[in-house]
Write a protein that binds this ligand. Structure first.
Ligand code: G3H
Ligand code: 13P
Ligand code: ZN
Length: 307
């Protein structure tokens, strides 16, 4: 059943577990994600970026989610706009049927971020839709980073407290050292868990971890086996994801792992038979591999069995 992101994340916040928010750009990815949720009896957040919406068409993105949620009515699912860049983009998503939106004005000064978030909250709440905002910059933190540099880039807990109370936003993404994509850390992986605990204590709302792909060994091995190159890549270790959930993260944004797992299988089929051109021969194993990654993540984050 399609529900508001608030419903899914408030429960996760109350009970102390994490829900993966999985990005999709086509039917095959979405179906793979739903199959994992069904296998694991897990609540679900599926999310589309503005780029994904442009690629699929907003009507198709919503129709795909509505159709699969009708097929699997036992799964509570929220459809979330990932990194909405403007008020207009959020309103379009709400009108089209999204049940959760992110207004990402984190690159603007605090007051402007707050003002833009308030505008989105007003319209979203009138429609029963949840809102996410972000504070700080998504950047990996180096081992030798100074306190001042850290403070300039990562979330400021005092600001987070004021931001949440004034904006009435439903969930907040605090920058604590992750970054998007496959190259997250130059040295050893490092996140600022102390800062996370402080933000959770001061805000007491569901928190969101962006850039949460792990690039697990099995996914990396599969991509390399297919002839792919991941030199220099580093994800967020599973143990860090679990510590983040313990520290109050409830929504865990995951895209890169899905792309790598999916494309490894596509490449393998092509390598094995260079005269193959039946799309289904490529996409069926790719989707199956993705389901395994998502299902494993549900176990790790603690959402398995939570419906
Ligand atoms: O945070 C970004 C997501 O991974 C979506 O990326 O803009 O390439 O669709 P995209
Ligand atoms: P990854 O690139 O780590 O998968 O992060 C995705 C994300 O944060 C989407 O908003
Ligand atoms: Zn993100």
């Amino acid at each position: 059943m399609l529900v508001s992101g608030v419903e899914i994340l408030q429960k996760a916040h109350r009970e102390g577990y994490g829900v993966g928010a999985f990005n999709f750009v086509n039917f095959e990815m979405l179906q793979a994600i739903f199959k994992a949720a069904v296998a694991k009896n897990s609540p679900l957040i599926v999310q589309a970026s503005e780029g994904a919406i442009k690629y699929m068409g907003i009507d198709v993105a919503v129709a795909l989610v509505r159709t699969l949620s009708a097929r699997y009515p036992q799964i509570p699912v929220a459809l979330h706009l990932d990194h909405g860049t403007s008020y207009e983009s959020c309103v379009k998503a709400i009108r089209a049927g999204f049940t959760s939106v992110m207004i990402d004005a984190s690159h603007h000064p605090f007051d402007e971020n707050l003002k833009e978030t308030k505008r989105v909250v007003e319209v979203a709440h009138a429609c029963g839709v949840g809102v996410e905002a972000e504070l700080g910059r998504l950047m990996g933190i180096e081992d030798n980073i100074s306190v001042a540099e850290k403070d300039a880039v990562l979330v400021n807990p005092e600001e987070a407290e004021r931001f949440v109370s004034e904006s009435q936003v439903d969930y907040l993404a605090p920058a604590i050292g992750t970054s998007h994509g496959a190259f997250k850390f130059k040295g050893e992986p490092k996140l600022d868990f102390e800062r996370l605990l402080d933000v959770k204590k001061r805000t007491n709302i569901p928190l969101v971890l962006h850039g949460a792909s792990a690039i697990p060994d099995s996914v990396r091995a599969s991509f390399l086996e297919s002839g792919g190159d991941l030199k220099g890549s580093k994800g967020v270790p599973f143990a860090f994801l679990q510590e983040a959930v313990k520290g109050g993260i409830n929504k865990i944004n995951t895209d890169t792992d899905l792309r790598i797992a999916f494309m490894a299988e596509v490449r393998k089929v092509g390598n094995a038979n260079n005269s193959e051109f039946d799309l289904r021969k490529f996409f069926a194993p790719a989707s199956e591999a993705m389901t395994k990654v998502v299902a494993e993540r549900m176990d790790i984050l603690g959402s398995s069995g939570k419906i």
